[in-house]
Design a protein around this ligand. Structure first.
Ligand SMILES: [Zn+2]
Length: 465
């Protein structure tokens, strides 16, 4: 199976328009992180940044002078070790990242969850400075830098961050990259109660480059219980309850239809997201990454006349073409791919085409993971398959962290915070608040186009929210 290093090389190859053999050695670099040990907030940003960069390039030494680093990020007022360093400045109002950013200590009142986001933005800028203008990502060049108004992320009044909120009847679907980073950021908010962590899968080597809690010791172990065990010590007032199965199977075992009051969606495929809508959750918080570039956030409360999860992730032509290609390559049917995981029968058929891989190693695998492991890079880099590229760690962290922020913000502030149900944003670029949107239903949505499902949603959730 593929390791995280190869995943990163494939992603970089795609972003640079080169082949994987050319891209792999480019990641064999060190990026230095420098912060003043007396600047507590600055050190917090530095430690997050080091954690994310280490999952992408080979080394990210913190406050350790090295002659052969490819680039340096300096947090706050610390003195750089080399010329041309990328600076990170955080004031009360904005985060500024660039070679020209002001040289001042990080505002000590900065909320810890902003340290995580600042580190994500800094990772994007410094990778641009390492890989140069050929990197096909949005946003300005490293030399121009980024300015991020804090209100665009936290809303106009950030005081909600000081309020407590309680989770109950809440399920996290997906303990992979976004599930990991969701809990990473959520642990910095004032949350209590209980959260059920649902994932049928096990940790693979290819997950390690973007799952912030997992290490090589976790390979082969169930994602849901490993994530819960690793994150629990950071949640003194929230209980994490792991469930190693799909949300659909978990639902079958529930005695009441009202079981899914709130769903946090962190699964890795559009189709799985659409199918989760058929469970008729009362409230949905969703974040996803598009290729290696963008993050999408979605929220709705039933009953709604606006977009549901299945409207947002409506089946696209690209997606169908990609799944057809996956099915043809592996020697299975489209209906098999729709199940997401390889059934014993499909495992037998894939084994006929790939006799070197034992049937036992195929059963239960996710199709995307299997495809990446069995098929060559050339196939992966066609346009249809860009969706299977795993984003760099900081992109997934950004998506999960923003998901945690919106969960907290909307639970504390209630309806007044529900001023948009969709936002596309990218850690490679400054946020564009004009893109915050209230999306309507998709006319052919597989959920909203069925009157009986809408009626059920109204019956279940019409009076309880
Ligand atoms: Zn819909």
């Amino acid at each position: 199976m593929i390791d995280g290093r190869t995943e990163n090389a494939r992603t970089l190859a795609s972003l640079l328009g080169v082949n994987v053999e050319e891209a792999a050695p480019l990641l064999d670099v060190a990026i230095a992180v420098t912060a003043d040990p007396a600047d507590e907030a600055g050190m917090a940003v530095a430690r997050h940044l080091q954690r994310f960069l280490r999952r992408t390039v080979v080394e990210a030494p913190l406050n350790s002078f090295r002659a052969n680093v490819a680039a340096e990020v300096v947090i706050g007022a610390a003195a750089p070790c080399r010329a041309g360093a990328v600076r990170v400045h955080i004031s009360r109002d904005c985060i500024v990242i660039g070679t020209w950013a002001p040289t001042e200590v990080v505002c000590p009142d900065t909320h810890p969850v902003l340290h995580v986001l600042a580190a994500c933005y800094a990772a994007g800028v410094v990778l641009k400075s390492v890989f140069g203008a050929h990197l096909q990502v949005p946003g300005p060049a490293a030399s121009n830098g980024l300015t991020i108004p804090i209100s665009s992320i936290l809303g106009p009044d950030p005081t909600w961050l000081t309020a407590d909120f309680v989770l109950s009847g809440t399920y996290l679907a997906g303990a992979g990259a976004i599930g990991n980073s969701f809990l990473y950021a959520l642990s910095l908010l004032r949350v209590s109660g209980a959260l059920v962590v649902v994932d049928p899968d096990t940790v693979s080597a290819g997950n390690l480059n973007r799952c912030v809690w997992f290490t090589s010791n976790d390979i082969g172990l169930p994602k849901a219980s490993r994530l819960s065990d690793l994150a629990q010590p950071s949640f003194p007032r929230l209980t994490l309850i792991p469930q190693r199965e799909t949300l659909q199977d978990l639902g079958k075992a529930q005695s009441t239809e009202m079981w899914l009051k709130r769903l946090v969606v962190a699964v890795d495929r559009r189709r799985t997201r659409r199918h989760l809508q058929l469970e008729i959750p009362g409230e949905v918080f969703d974040a996803s990454t598009t290729g290696a570039i963008e993050c999408v956030f979605h929220h709705h409360v039933q009953p709604t006349d606006s977009a549901c999860l299945a409207c947002i992730y409506y089946e696209s032509v690209d997606e169908l073409a990609r799944e057809r290609h996956l099915a043809e390559t592996l020697g299975v049917e489209l209906t098999d791919i729709a199940q997401h995981f390889v059934s014993p029968d499909a495992a037998r058929r894939i084994h006929e085409r790939y006799p070197d891989v034992p049937v036992e190693a195929l059963g239960g695998q996710a199709y995307d993971t299997l495809f990446k492991a069995l098929c060559g890079e050339a196939k992966l880099l066609t346009a249809d398959n860009r969706q299977v590229l795993a984003p760099f760690a900081f992109v997934s962290v950004f998506a999960g962290a923003y998901l945690a922020i919106e969960l907290g913000r909307r639970l504390v502030l209630g309806k007044t915070a529900c001023d948009f149900n969709y936002w596309r944003t990218s850690p490679w670029a400054s946020p564009v608040t004009d893109l915050k949107d209230m999306r309507g239903r998709h006319e052919r949505c597989e959920f909203c186009s069925q009157a009986v499902l809408l009626q059920t949603a109204r019956g279940l959730w019409g009076h309880s929210q």
